[in-house]
Design a protein around this ligand. Sequence first.
Ligand code: CA
Length: 239
Amino acid sequence: MRILVLEDEPQLARHVTRALERHGHEATACHDGAEGCKVALEYAPDLIVLDLNLPNLDGLSVLARLKESRLPARVIILTARGDVEHRVKGLKAGADDYLAKPFSMEELIARIEALGRRGGSPSPSESLRVADLQVDIQSRRVARSGQTLALSPREFDVLLVLAREPGRVFSRTELCERVWQRDYEYDTRTVEILIARLRKKVDAGFASALIHTIRSVGYTLRPGDAPVREDKSHDTEAV
Ligand code: CA
């Protein structure tokens, strides 16, 4: 894997990059948050080891910027021991794992390799398929039965969350968190509207519906025999 280490303590950063290289990875380090964002976009790492306390731009802001840039790298954050608040914020902001300082190098390497095994970043050609629906992650193109669907960026984001785990039911709050990926005044009504619009684009006119409302729980995307209803009631259906 290509790994970027964003850590402002030069000795620790060197220690980590050397350990990674010993384990057969390619690693580079950067000691500054703002600089780190630039380096991340140029270096295009598979994974970033991100210290939260960085000069010029703190780790959480770095994370937010990288997510905005849609950099498909996995992120493991380093936090001070017991710093629960930042750890939670980091995970909510899209980090994949965290490690409290001081940590053992073995544990860091083990967690990095576990993240790599989980599939890592999407490859340029990665696409998801649920029945006759195809979601192309890199190009953000969606097609059903070979027919391209025109989705807004937010509609695509909601659909992608659902399509990554077909059959799993997501609550509205969970969808909000996945799509906006940061502290946000959750407006679950927005999700309802996006789902209603997705239904019109993804399901209307096709023989079977893929987006399902699970009453009192949330939404799921899965192949099913439920016919698409022509009435508008499901657009405002209570969840
Ligand atoms: Ca630091």
